[in-house]
Design a protein around this ligand. Sequence first.
Ligand code: SIN
Ligand code: MN
Length: 199
Amino acid sequence: MQMSIAGFEIYKGFLNRKACQTVLTALRGVVRQAPLFVPVTPRGQQMSVRMTAAGDFGWITDRRGYRYSATHPEGGAWPPIPDPVLKIWNEVSGVTRQPECCLINYYGEGARMGLHQDKDEAGFDWPVVSVSLGDDGLFRMGGTERGGKTQSVWLESGDVVVMGGAARLAYHGVDRIRFGSSSLLENGGRLNLTLRVVT
Ligand code: SIN
Ligand code: MN
């Protein structure tokens, strides 16, 4: 499967197994300080992923709406974005401005992410960088209008995606994961990191 959407760049296997493990170790520290939580949509639906964040802001959702927050839902600032994660941004984003949010989504068995746009940021001139770790995930992307034609690609552990230009506001989501396809996470599942400039 190939994706041909302007501004969508996929770096297959950007991180080798050792680099994936280095990032994972750093993320364990983040999750200890800022535990994964169950996000609830503004309409009251529990999302199937578990979520946390690092950086100046975390993206959160609850009955009050989708938004960026300087604090974890249970209180306290988010941990800083780990250096090995910032390094990925600096190698692929093509910009010198640093990300202010590293959203961390954990997909357990059966988890998915519906088609959506990333549009809670103050501006869309900065790219979004996404890092996949663990089990394979079927990533789907369309255009900037809901209901348009979409393309799909399996993202594997170590793949890094950059969404800039026209792809920055494109609808995207994850239809399903192949639970247990990777041995990176001891108990299976997929982690996705989404790095963004927020302000
Ligand atoms: C997201 O867009 O929030 C997640 C994308 C992914 O898991 O690959
Ligand atoms: Mn997204």
